[in-house]
Design a protein around this ligand. Structure first.
Ligand code: GLU
Length: 385
């Protein structure tokens, strides 16, 4: 095991491209946006950007909904923003304020900011993905700073990133960032939920994000944003799978970015996995939500996890949901998710061939059928969903 401190120092010193994600709870208070905090973060980001020659920096900023809520309150409108439509409407009101705040804050450091609003669909459709990447390349080549948020007003329930931690983890792959910095309202990642009474400790480093038991570590959520530490760790796991480390930092502490880049041991460093998964598998697993589940037996679980095999009809016990060929499904063993994969069959056909041997399957579907229900190449085990 190599020295993570040396790794952290090296990555922060050498990163050519950084994605900095900032949570709603960091930059809003009871009165809405906190401009002094936004200014301070912009100043620090500008300084960090200037530390590396030609260094590129992208910001993912939440808080459109929270800012919108505050504007409504200032107009004496007591809006209940629990429902999806109300959240989307509040985001429409708040996004302009949020962007103005970042624009002003970066202007004070002599940098131009560029608003980019994305939906999950932009990552699913190849042409839109290419467009988005080309646009980022152009913005960054001008030395401007993209400030990205989910396009909340047009995102539909099933096709939402859900939270910006997820958006940020897809973005690091899209732009080829070297590190994801996740600025949160918490001091870092605790080893247990802080409310449990036993003294919780901030972890300085997480060696293997995939090995964490997220349910026992993350009891609660912050109330202002949507993610909580759970989604930050899932996000870090996704980045780690691509070989990209994440630094989770306490955004309410003074000069936190500058201190982290000066080498102070603050926040939590999540190490990248040594063997990065291919981009194709990453997009396959994370741009669609799984629409069904296949439950597999012990033999199949072992073949997938230990022997690098594909999933065959014989190892399938049950199918849940209804899906088409080419849909993403979850692979489940004894109630635990093993990963996700693209199905070669409809749910209906799998019901007809589950548990059967190849020759028996041929008797039902004819000889020209796929031997695998999910081919190894179209499968991601340990998917962080
Ligand atoms: N896009 C939402 C907003 O700007 C926030 C999502 C999140 O909290 O991660 O308010």
């Amino acid at each position: 095991m190599s020295d993570w401190r040396a790794e952290r120092a090296r990555v922060l010193a050498e990163a050519k491209c950084l994605v900095v994600k900032i949570g709603s709870a960091v930059i809003t208070g009871s009165q809405g946006l906190q401009h002094e905090i936004i200014s301070s973060l912009a100043r620090q980001m500008a300084a960090v950007r200037a530390m590396g020659q030609g260094r590129r920096l992208l910001v993912v900023s939440s808080a459109a909904v929270a800012a919108g809520r505050a504007v409504l309150a200032a107009h004496g409108i007591a809006a209940d923003t629990a429902g999806l439509a109300a959240r989307q409407a509040a985001a429409a009101i708040g996004q302009g304020r949020l962007m103005r705040a970042w624009d002003d804050a970066f202007a004070a450091t002599d940098l131009a900011a560029a608003q980019v609003l994305l939906t999950q669909d932009d990552f699913r459709v190849r042409q839109r993905l290419l467009n988005a990447r080309n646009t980022f390349t152009e913005i960054l080549s001008w030395g401007a700073v993209p400030v990205i948020n989910e396009n909340d007003t047009v995102s539909t329930e099933g096709l939402k990133f859900g939270d910006n931690d997820r958006l940020a983890s897809l973005l690091v792959t899209l732009v080829g960032a070297d590190v994801l910095i996740n600025i949160t309202s918490s001091p870092g990642v605790y080893d247990r939920p802080p409310a449990e009474g036993v003294q919780a400790r901030v972890l300085s480093c997480i060696e293997d994000a995939a090995a964490l038991d997220l349910d026992s570590m993350c009891g609660g959520k912050t109330t202002v944003g949507t993610g909580g530490m759970y989604s930050k760790l899932l996000s870090a796991r996704r980045a780690a799978q691509r070989g990209i480390p994440t630094l989770i930092l306490p955004g309410r502490e003074k000069d936190i970015l500058l201190r982290a880049f000066a080498g102070e041991d603050v926040g939590t460093w999540v190490r990248p996995s040594e063997k990065a998964i291919p981009t194709r598998k990453f997009w396959m697993a994370y741009t669609d939500a799984p629409v069904g589940r296949v439950l597999v037996d012990d033999g199949a679980a072992e073949a997938l996890q230990k022997r690098g095999k594909s999933l065959l009809p014989g190892g399938i016990l049950e199918v849940e949901g209804s899906f088409e060929k080419g849909d993403l499904v979850r692979i489940v063993h004894k109630g635990a998710s093993l990963g996700v994969g693209v199905s070669n069959y409809t749910a209906e056909d799998i019901r007809r061939i589950k548990g059967l041997k190849r020759i028996e399957v041929a008797a039902i579907l004819g000889n020209a059928h796929y031997p695998e229900v999910i081919h190894r190449d179209n499968m991601l085990l340990d998917a962080a969903i």
